[in-house]
Design a protein around this ligand. Structure first.
Ligand SMILES: NC(=O)c1ccc[n+]([C@@H]2O[C@H](COP(=O)([O-])OP(=O)(O)OC[C@H]3O[C@@H](n4cnc5c(N)ncnc54)[C@H](O)[C@@H]3O)[C@@H](O)[C@H]2O)c1
Length: 253
């Protein structure tokens, strides 16, 4: 098992990529703090982990709220005494409109959850990692964090920034044996994608990736497992795409 007895705090683990990763990490021996703003969905993921023989703690938290973020980290530390892995996966997609149409509240919410939430969890978890001189952080960006897409300026900005803050943390904390990496999902079939595009996903979700299929949460979970595990113990500050090859360039029909 690759994560035997490790403690992993995963945000947004009530759904999609977060839930898929939580279940996979638990099968690899990790104890999982399952955090989500939707407490019932966090509880359901925790139930599924326990059903497969694992250990889990469900935590209701809005990662963008400093008190919630601190309480989330403290709950995991109280339960298990350490956070070995922090996986900042929670995000909100925000409105689909051009930049000038985004309201102040919508802009602040997207940046507040996606960027500030990622920073807050690191802010509160890093001291515990420093104490143990060990830690692995994985932050979730997006292809929209590498190249802008129209209709989601706040989301794009937040995901570019997630890469920046991950690399800043990687260079600051490397000497303390704390790694920080960024994962870039491409098209992954999750409730978020269905919210954006409806039940029938656009044909481009299959034709855009050179590998000619839409990704599944397990595709991201497998890469995440590698990045947080000791198999990646000389990898920090990296930006790791899991996109079926979309970012490699345009391809023919
Ligand atoms: N699905 C894709 O195609 C895709 C592509 C690129 C990046 N991503 C990124 O992957 C991550 C997971 O996305 P997903 O597709 O699984 O989405 P999802 O909507 O299925 O899951 C996101 C989870 O985050 C939770 N969440 C939202 N706001 C929160 C908050 N303030 N505090 C705590 N939890 C909160 C939601 O309740 C939900 O359970 C996100 O960071 C997303 O931006 C997804």
């Amino acid at each position: 098992m690759k994560l035997e007895r490790r403690v992993a705090l995963i945000t947004g683990a009530g759904s999609g990529i977060g839930r898929g990763s939580a279940l996979m990490f638990a099968r690899e021996g990790a104890r999982i703090a399952v955090a989500d703003i939707d407490e019932a969905s966090a509880a359901e993921t925790a139930r599924q982990i326990k059903e497969q023989g694992g250990e889990a703690l469900a935590i209701g938290a809005d990662v963008g709220n400093p008190e919630h973020a601190q309480a989330m980290v403290e709950a995991a530390l109280r339960r298990w005494g350490a956070i070995d892995i922090l996986y900042n996966n929670a995000a909100t997609e925000g409105p689909i409109c051009f930049a000038a149409q985004i309201t102040i509240e919508q802009f602040d919410r997207v940046i507040g959850v996606n960027l500030r939430g990622t920073w807050l969890a690191m802010k509160y978890a890093l001291p515990a990692m420093m104490e143990k001189r060990r830690g692995s952080i994985l932050n979730v960006s997006s292809l929209a964090g590498l190249k802008a897409t129209p209709g989601g300026a706040a989301y794009v900005a937040s995901k570019f920034a997630v890469i920046g803050i991950t690399q800043a943390v990687a260079i600051e904390y490397g000497k303390y044996n704390i790694r920080a990496n960024c994962i870039i999902p491409g098209w992954i079939e999750t409730p978020m994608v269905h919210r954006l595009f409806g039940a029938a996903l656009p044909q481009s979700s299959v034709t855009a990736p050179p590998l000619r299929r839409i990704g599944q949460p397990q595709d991201v979970a497998k890469a995440a497992l590698f990045l947080v595990s000791d198999d990646a113990d000389y990898i920090t500050g990296t930006v790791f795409t899991v996109d079926g090859g979309i970012n490699a360039g345009d391809h023919g029909p």
